[in-house]
Structures are given as C-alpha cells and as structure tokens.
Design a binder for this molecule. Structure first.
Ligand code: CIR
Length: 257
C-alpha cells in the first residue's frame, strides 16, 4: 500500500446541510475544520504530498472527495455520484485530476457510482452495489479496470442496514488482510483474506485507512483499535466525529494514490 499523493477538500460552511442519516446531531463546522487539519497532518506524517482544495460551498458534501473518483497510480476514473445533490462535485475534480493523470475515464449515465463503494485490495477491486452505485455503473468500472489489468468482483450491500458505502463495512489493510463489519465476514468474496472483525458495537470503525506504514483509526473505538494493535499494525488515532455526523469517515476525506 504505497501511496505518494492525496487530494482533500476543506469542509464548506454549508457542511451541515449535506446528506445525513446518522442521527448524531449537526456537525460543528469549526471543529470539523480543526479535525480536517489533523487528518491532513496524519496523511502527511504517513508520507503523502497532500493537495488541499478550497471549500466548495455549493456542495455541502464535497469534503468527501473520495466519492468523486477512483484513482490508482496509473489511471483515474471520474465517478457519477448516486445522490443528485453531489453530481456536480465531479466537475472541479475532473479539472484537478487531469493535472495528475493522462488516463482519465468517466462513469457514464445511466450508470451511477460513488468512490466510497470501491475498495482496492492489491490488484483486485471490490465494487459495492449500493443505493448510490448501480449495477450499470459497477459494470462500467469493472470494464475500465479490466483494461488496466485489474480484476474485480461485485459486492451487493443493499440489504445491509445503516451501511452507506462498501467501505463503510470493508477496508483493505494490506498484507492480504481485510478489516470487516461482522456482517461481512461470511461473504464468499472475502474468504481468501485474513479477516480482522470490528466489534458489533463499533461497526463505524470498519472504515479505517491504511496509508503506507500507518493505519488511521477513528477516535472512540477502543475495541477496533486493540484488534489492529494486536495484529501488529501501526495505528494512528484521528478524531472525525464531525464527519461521522454526516455519514462520512476516514477514507471518504481523501483520494490517495
Ligand atoms: C453522503 O451521504 O454522500 C455524505 N453525507 C457522506 C459521504 C461519505 N463518503 C464515503 O463514505 N465515501
């Protein structure tokens, strides 16, 4: 899991008007800004060059840049977010990514796809089919990544209550290990991996983020932290409470390659 670069975007003053099902109250924008600074610092400490895009107040959810694209060291794919209010986020991201990538593909209508549904494990893409990513979008991405020599598999999460994106419940930790929501452990696609299962009362912490030698873990989930520490990962705790209130987590706040 060697990453060199990350793109993030500052949270906008309209952040609290984004989509949320979390029922954790309104986010505090001042605290969200501070947490974003710590998040960027953690990525930098893990060795990434971070590009910090300005806030985009027309799009309250635009701090969750992960949903706008899929990036690898070889190519980028501009997504087509499943939520209408987020569709326009891709316009500015397209401009940014063409500065970095020669190969920029796009998910086309009627396909929809959120980057949060895409989990890359080595050379293999797990592509979540969710209430945001439809089968047409999923197939388009499978075809694109196949051209670049990657394999893929679909994982349907539409029946999983409270799970927005695939990466809300499954994240690749490197070294053939997956961090999983307990409801995912018997899924046939995940059987060939070493599994670390977060406690049932800490499922939010299934969204940890491996960056080079570090694993970023959300603050407030001691059971998940202990599991990762015991497995030998070098963990770094990052507080993203204000982003959790808006259904987002550690992976959602950056694009990494
Ligand atoms: C949304 O509902 O789209 C945002 N409020 C949260 C997006 C979180 N993104 C992610 O999990 N990749």
């Amino acid at each position: 899991m060697n990453f060199q670069y990350a793109i993030t975007r500052l949270p906008a003053h309209t952040f609290s008007q984004g989509i949320s099902t979390a029922n954790l109250g309104k986010p505090d924008i001042d605290l969200a800004i501070v947490q974003h600074q710590f998040y960027v610092a953690a990525l930098q400490k893990a060795g990434l060059d971070c590009y910090i895009l300005p806030a985009s107040p027309d799009f309250p959810d635009s701090v969750f840049v992960e949903d706008t694209a899929i990036v690898t060291s070889d190519f980028a794919v501009i997504s087509r977010p499943g939520a209408d209010s987020r569709r326009g986020e891709i316009n500015e991201m397209t401009v940014e990514l063409t500065n970095f990538f020669q190969n920029v593909d796009r998910i086309q209508a009627p396909g929809t796809l959120d980057g949060g549904d895409i989990c890359l494990a080595g050379n293999h893409f797990f592509i979540g089919i969710s209430h945001r990513t439809n089968p047409v979008g999923a197939q388009q991405l499978a075809d694109i990544v196949n051209r670049f020599g990657f394999t893929s598999a679909f994982v349907d999460i539409r029946q999983l209550a409270g799970i927005l994106h695939l990466k809300s419940s499954v994240n690749y930790l490197g070294d053939e290990a997956l961090l999983l929501d307990p409801r995912m452990k018997n899924h046939p696609e995940f059987q060939r991996f070493r599994q670390l299962i977060v406690p049932a009362d800490e499922v939010y912490a299934a969204n940890c983020l491996r960056v080079n030698e570090e694993v970023l873990v959300p603050a407030g989930f001691p059971g998940a932290l202990e599991i990762l520490n015991k497995a030998g990962f070098h963990t770094v705790v990052v507080d993203v409470s204000e982003y959790q209130k808006m259904d987002g987590g550690l992976s959602c706040l950056s694009l990494r390659w």
